[in-house]
Each structure stands twice: as structure tokens, then as C-alpha cells.
Write a protein that binds this ligand. Structure first.
Ligand code: PMP
Length: 401
């Protein structure tokens, strides 16, 4: 069930996480997905019962249903991003948005900038496209901008991929100043930005508006999704694409799959119209905040003092940095033997190596957090006391509190 070292494609990473999810009694720290809202079935039934619902029409428009686009545009205003419904494309999850945008901007052999670590699903798309990937190390403030400028100057990349809020896997959120500087650099070197905001809405504290909100020159393509707030199985995400970029991308969307499922769109639309969404988000944030607290407590209690972890102000994950030379693969196998699943850390690095670390999903039941963290903590202490205590020269993203 554990992928071999080096075998870290999206498929190699995703399938074991799903298998772990299906095992009864498994504590799965690899899976970051919210509990679906209890009233979703009710809302879904109501949506499909509506006489004027366009659900059963033969084919829909590639950009998605106008009602949903209008609702999303309204929702984005609350996050500080003003867009026209006409700038939106409803996608099959933000994964499809990543594919569409990356296919649009990147040709085989092009250089592309990503954060290191970053979301492995994006790395795999770029690899598939034959892109050459430059991983800019994450700092506690976000991607290292000095290094970014050096690479923009020397390699003239065709795209910068960034997860600005509750970054996957570190959980970090960049400040307004970092966003402004990143945009200024992208404009200076004429390099478009793909801003992935898959965890938007899951904030415990106010977050700065997305980079897209600062974009006056159609430099930024923005991605969002309902996978982390409603249900990933609905496969409803969206892109904000402005200016000349829109037409080519919408034509590609039509080629990919005509359009996103009308039924899924109508369910999301009904959920947004019902007024339940805001209430659901509030509950999700409270639950996640509580879970994050439980996990921080457990980490403090059970993890060795050499471990350092981030304290995200939202999202679903935190990131633990570990001493160098730890036999992580062995630790993962031993944890699995005790029914605890840990995602493969190297999958998050474009070089498939990175440094020893763990991405831990905290949206788990309280008792699982306590038990799972104590099991992993004991394993870490066992190997650290065997002489693997050397701290690597990565930049610490945060210190244990
Ligand atoms: N972007 C990021 C950063 C993610 O973590 C994920 C899924 N985990 C996605 C995009 C894709 O999600 P979806 O297609 O379900 O919207």
C-alpha cells in the first residue's frame, strides 16, 4: 500500500491514500477531505425536483451554468475578489482547472516555477506536459522571492504556480506584501501566475485577498473548488480567466469534456441559494479549528523535540519537518502496520526527494488524532534515539510551540 521511494506520481500517491481510506479502523493522516454536510442529500433532492431545472437538457455550455457563475462571483466578492460571472469557467474540480491552465501556458521543455514542496497533483500535470520544473523553497513567508527573481531572470519560465492560502502541504498563507511582490516580479518578467486557492473559505482568521484581486493586466489565472468545503465527489471547481486568455481556454474545456456535469452544478447552485452554505462553512471552520487544536496538543505531547511543525490558520493540513536521515519510508511502513497511514512526503517535491517531513491532515476524529499521533511519535523517537538526530539544512517553516 506504500509507494516505493521514487515512485511518487499522482497515481502512485493517490491510490494508496484511497486504499487506506477504505480500510476499516485505519487512521488516515494522508486524506484531507471535509465531512460532507448532513443536509446535502436533502438539498440535492430539492435541486433535482425543480421543474425549471436544466438538469436533463442534452448538453450545457462549456463555461457552466450562468446562475452558478453569478453565485460564485458573489461569493468571491466576500474574499476580496471582484469578478464578472463571464470571467468564470466551471470545471471538473480544480484539478481540471490546473490541467487547462497548464496546458494553455506550458509547452514541452518550458521552465515552470513551483513552490517546493507543493501539491503533487500539479507536479504530475507539469511532468506529463514535459515541462522542466524549478522548485523554489518555501519559507515561513511563502516562496523565497529573491530566488524567484534569480530564476525569472536566468530561465525565463512560462508559468509560476502558487498556492497562496493554506498552502498544500505546508498550510502556510502568504501576507499581502508577499502577494504584491510576487505579482510585481511576474509582471516585470512577463510570466503568468496560476493561483490555486483550493482551500479558500476554510479560514479561522481573516486572510488577505487573492493575488488575482491585485491583477490589473490579466497576469493571474485563479482556481477555486467546492471539493474542500462541500464534497470532492461532486467535482465542481472554477477558474477565473480574464482578458484574451479566456477564449482559448473555454475552447479547450469544450474539447476536454463539453462541460461539467449539469447535475453537480445544479446541486452546488441550490446549496448556495439555500443559505445553508454559509452556516455549513462556519461549522466546518469551528470543527477544523478544534481538530487543529487537538492535533497541536497531541504533537506537543508525543512528538520528539527535534520535530517542527507549522500552525496553519485554516485549511486541512499541517506540515512537520523532521531531522535529516530519518528512515521515513521505514517509519511509514511501521506506522501502517499499526493502522496509521502517512502520505509520502517526497511526492510534494519536484525532485521527488525533498527533506524528511510529514503532511498531516487534522480533520480527523479526536480519538484518531490522539492515537495516531502517539503511534507516530513513538516511532519517531525510536529512530531519533538511534542516532538520526541531525537537523537538515532546510529552512524551518515554523517551530513547535
Ligand atoms: N489544488 C490543490 C492545492 C489540492 O490540494 C487539490 C486536491 N487535493 C486540488 C487542487 C484538486 O482538487 P479538486 O479537483 O477536487 O478541486
Amino acid at each position: 500500500m506504500i509507494p516505493e521511494p521514487g515512485k511518487c506520481s499522482f497515481y502512485d500517491t493517490y491510490i494508496p491514500i484511497k486504499q487506506a481510506q477504505a480500510q476499516p479502523g485505519m487512521i488516515n493522516f494522508g486524506y484531507g477531505s471535509p465531512r460532507p454536510p448532513k443536509d446535502i442529500t436533502l438539498i440535492a433532492r430539492r435541486a433535482l425536483r425543480q421543474e425549471d431545472a436544466d438538469v436533463f437538457c442534452p448538453y450545457d455550455l462549456p463555461q457552466g451554468q450562468l446562475t452558478l457563475c453569478k453565485q460564485i462571483a458573489q461569493m468571491l466578492v466576500h474574499q476580496g475578489l471582484e469578478v464578472f460571472p463571464e470571467d468564470l469557467i466551471i470545471t471538473n474540480g480544480s484539478q481540471q482547472g490546473l490541467s487547462l491552465a497548464m496546458n494553455y501556458y506550458v509547452k514541452p521543455g518550458d521552465w515552470v516555477i513551483v513552490e517546493a514542496p507543493t501539491y503533487y497533483g500539479a507536479i504530475s500535470i507539469l511532468e506529463n506536459l514535459g515541462a522542466r520544473i524549478i522548485g523554489i523553497p518555501m519559507t515561513a513567508e511563502g516562496m523565497n522571492l529573491d530566488l524567484l527573481e534569480q530564476y525569472l531572470h536566468s530561465h525565463r519560465p512560462k508559468l509560476i504556480y502558487t498556492i497562496t492560502t493554506f498552502h498544500n502541504p505546508t498550510g502556510l498563507t502568504t501576507a499581502q506584501a508577499h502577494r504584491q511582490q510576487l505579482l510585481a516580479l511576474a509582471e516585470k518578467y512577463n510570466c503568468p501566475i496560476l493561483e490555486d486557492n483550493a482551500y479558500e473559505g476554510l479560514n479561522f482568521e481573516p486572510v488577505p485577498p487573492p493575488i488575482k484581486a491585485l491583477d490589473k493586466n490579466d497576469v493571474v489565472t485563479y482556481l477555486g473548488t467546492f471539493s474542500k468545503t462541500l464534497m470532492p465527489g461532486l467535482r465542481v471547481g472554477y477558474m477565473v480567466v480574464t482578458g484574451n486568455n479566456y477564449q482559448t481556454i473555454i475552447e479547450q474545456k469544450l474539447l476536454y469534456d463539453f462541460h461539467t456535469s449539469s447535475i453537480s452544478q445544479i446541486i452546488v447552485s441550490e446549496y448556495l441559494a439555500s443559505g445553508h452554505y454559509r452556516r455549513h462553512l462556519n461549522k466546518l471552520r469551528i470543527d477544523n479549528l478544534q481538530s487543529r487544536y487537538m492535533m497541536l496538543q497531541a504533537l506537543e505531547r508525543y512528538f520528539p523535540e527535534e520535530a517542527r511543525w507549522t500552525v496553519p490558520t485554516g485549511g486541512l493540513f499541517l506540515w512537520v519537518q523532521l531531522p535529516d536521515d530519518l528512515p521515513i519510508q521505514k517509519i511509514r511502513s511501521e506506522a501502517l502496520a499499526q493502522n496509521v497511514y502517512l502520505a509520502c512526503h517526497s511526492a510534494f517535491f519536484p525532485d521527488k526527494q525533498g527533506y524528511p517531513a510529514m503532511r498531516l491532515a487534522f480533520c480527523l476524529p479526536q480519538e484518531d488524532i490522539e492515537q495516531g499521533i502517539s503511534i507516530v511519535g513513538k516511532l519517531l523517537k525510536k529512530y531519533i534515539s538511534k542516532g538520526h538526530e541531525q537537523i537538515s539544512n532546510y529552512q524551518p517553516l515554523a517551530y513547535s510551540i
